[in-house]
Ligand binder design. Structure first.
Ligand SMILES: Cc1ncc(COP(=O)(O)O)c(C=O)c1O
Length: 441
């Protein structure tokens, strides 16, 4: 009898005992190919010696010191590294322990920024339907994810939601991608007309929608349109790259491929690659300066903000990405993965779409390809697929509700950046076996 309150208390979980590169092993000696880094976390795979050494060195120097009293070398190094990667000079980073915390902090920073500028009416955060920004109440209020919101709806701030940019299901027949992008972005304009730009502090969105839709990048031009709308209406553009950032899409930030620069970007998962829980809010210099000039400080904080060992792990992850040329590997292995998946699954009756950027890939499942029908929620497909994949020695990340918030299903793949072409082939082979058995009558 266990004393653990599991995610799914009735489910029996194998006990993980070891991780090595792209593989995880359980207590029965079974080996699993990591095809999704859990939920897009394990950017460098498991037990990377350089990250372990950096953590060990920091643990031996000083595991933790509270940021009310000290800064630390790893925190300074990590902030410099992110400032170098951010396209505009002088960006500042605030380190937290995960994605939800990062988005909470981003909301508060944006609010405090507008207060500092004498625009205290700006209090609403517009976000998109079919999105996920975290499970704390503020981040959940941002999230347009009906399944995760349902029980808590009465506790959540009622902030406006606009349409996502979801070409596969929302682009009309004979509508060009460019026209569709403008229509999707126009949904933000409608919200601004309804609620008033003077009341809106920020627009929060995932640059590439991750777990809710199954890896959906926007059509070309959409983000430029959105950035323009935000600038014209004095609304901060806050991009959530908790999943898509830190190299996963093939560039360090996913927005680099969209020719926009957000005012604030949040990152987490790949930042520490799972070696430590860490997330960051990265903000343009003038946002931080405005807040500090007016208030003297950012009115926020948690005990583990700027945790030295977490920062040391993240610095090491970032160094390995650079030293081993892993962004290039993400681009080439990502292209290979999509190519091999397309070849292997082109005739599969239930594969409707394969999409993504870099090593961030989504496969949308349909009841039949003629109608792109969405698998019904009652089928419990995500859990079935997860269990089946594990039986076939594969970790992937299936999700549901992609089509309309309730129905629909997809599989999210987010393999470690160290994947080789053999690993890609093994992933496609194992996933093929899982999908071979899939029948949606
Ligand atoms: C885009 C996005 N934002 C925020 C979060 C929340 O991050 P965390 O689970 O680390 O709190 C997630 C988690 O999956 C995410 O995918």
């Amino acid at each position: 009898m266990t004393s653990v309150f599991y995610r799914q208390p009735k489910h029996r979980y194998p006990c993980v005992t070891r991780g090595e590169g792209v593989y995880l092993y359980d207590a029965d000696g079974r080996r699993y190919l990591d095809g999704s880094g859990g939920a897009a976390v394990s950017a460098l795979g498991h037990n990377h010696p350089r990250v372990l050494a950096a953590m060990r060195a920091q643990l031996e120097r000083c595991a933790f010191a509270h940021t009310a009293f000290f800064t630390s070398e790893p925190q300074e190094q990590l902030a410099s590294m992110l400032a170098r990667r951010f396209p505009e000079t002088g960006a500042r980073s605030y380190f937290v322990s995960g994605g939800s915390e990062a988005n909470e902090a981003a909301i508060k920073l944006a609010r405090q920024y507008w207060m500092a500028r004498g625009a205290g009416k700006k209090r609403l955060f517009v976000s998109r339907e079919q999105s996920y920004h975290g499970n704390t109440l503020g981040a959940l209020a941002l999230s347009g994810n009906p399944g995760r919101r349902q029980l808590f709806a009465p506790l959540l701030m009622d902030w406006p939601k606009v349409l996502p940019c979801y070409e596969y299901r929302h682009r009309r027949a004979r509508e060009s991608a460019a026209k569709y992008g403008r229509r999707a972005a126009g949904s933000l304009l409608e919200a601004i007309r309804e609620h008033g730009a003077e009341n809106i502090a920020g627009f929060v969105a995932e640059t590439i929608v991750g777990a809710t839709l199954g890896v959906v990048p926007a059509v070309a031009g959409y983000w430029r349109e959105i950035a323009d709308i935000c600038r014209r209406h004095r609304i901060l553009l806050i991009l959530d790259e908790v999943m898509a950032g830190c190299g996963r899409s093939g560039t360090y930030f996913a927005f680099e491929q969209e020719q926009v620069v957000p005012d604030i970007v949040t990152v987490a998962k790949g930042l520490g690659g799972g070696y430590q829980p860490i997330g960051a809010v990265i903000a343009r210099a003038d946002i931080v300066d405005t807040v500090v000039d007016e208030f003297g400080h950012f009115s926020h904080g948690h005990t583990y903000v700027g945790h030295p060992t977490a920062c040391a792990a993240a610095v090491a992850v970032g160094q390995v990405i650079d030293d081993d040329g892993l962004l290039e590997n993400v681009r080439s292995m990502g292209a290979l993965l999509r190519e091999r998946l397309a070849a292997a699954l082109c005739d599969h009756p239930h594969v409707g779409d394969i999409r993504g950027r870099g090593l961030f890939v989504g496969i949308e499942l349909v009841t039949d390809r003629a109608t792109n029908g969405a698998p019904r929620a009652e089928l419990g497909l995500p859990q079935r697929l997860r269990d089946d994949a594990m039986r076939h020695g594969l970790i992937c990340y299936p999700g549901g509700g992609s089509a309309d918030g309730q129905n629909g299903a997809h599989i999210l793949l987010a393999p470690p950046f160290i994947y080789s072409s053999d690993n890609v082939d093994e992933l496609v082979m194992r996933l093929g076996r899982v999908l071979d058995g899939l029948r949606l009558g």
